[in-house]
Design a protein around this ligand. Structure first.
Ligand SMILES: [Zn+2]
Length: 190
């Protein structure tokens, strides 16, 4: 079994062209079709077997519809003439996307990380940045930072400066989002 994915040609490779569309090279690197068909392979050249494997890491965690849409709109070899169905996945299994080839490579996927408890929820990052708050934070810290910034960017103290006005609008939005989120967190923690 190969030590790492697609790192060397398979000596048992049948003599056949790379399966990527219009690729003139020999398909001497194999990639499994999917977890349920580990003994069935796609054959690619080195570059394309890497792309094939990488594409699964890249799309991991995306909804199947989003992956499909992305594949259809992508340029390069992942163009509409290369739909998922031809990669051997007419239906995408989330488990497969999470660790598609770990079984074969014999090592954990480097991209598979445990969520960092200190990291803010992705949907709150922009708002936290805007209010210059670190995570975790609480309602009290939020409120005091908001008051400070609202004062700083208030049109009255900025001579009607439009950019300050826009900034204040963003701050209001961020404050509103975080206020609701933090209220929700506190309510569910009870
Ligand atoms: Zn190729």
């Amino acid at each position: 079994m190969a030590r790492s994915r697609g790192s060397r040609p398979d000596p048992a490779a049948p003599t056949r062209p790379c399966e990527a569309p219009n690729c003139p090279l020999i398909g001497e690197y194999r990639a499994p079709k999917d977890r349920s068909r580990l003994r069935e392979y796609r054959w690619f050249c080195l570059q394309h077997v890497r792309e094939y494997n990488l594409s699964w890491d890249f799309y991991k965690g995306m909804a199947p519809e989003a992956i499909e849409a992305s594949l259809r709109s992508d340029t390069g070899w992942q163009r509409p003439t290369w739909p998922l169905g031809r990669l051997g996945h007419s239906r995408l299994d989330p488990e497969l996307l999470r660790d598609p080839f770990g079984v074969l490579s014999g090592r954990a996927q480097p991209t598979r990380r445990a969520p960092d408890p200190a990291a803010p929820p992705p949907e709150l990052r922009a708002a936290l940045d805007l209010l210059e708050l670190s995570w975790p934070t609480d309602s009290l810290a939020l409120k005091s930072r908001y008051k400070e910034l609202a004062k700083r960017y208030h049109p009255d103290v900025n001579g009607g400066d439009r950019s300050a006005e826009d900034r204040l609008k963003d701050i209001n939005r961020a404050y509103s989002l975080l206020r609701h989120k933090l209220a929700g967190v506190q309510a569910s923690a009870r």
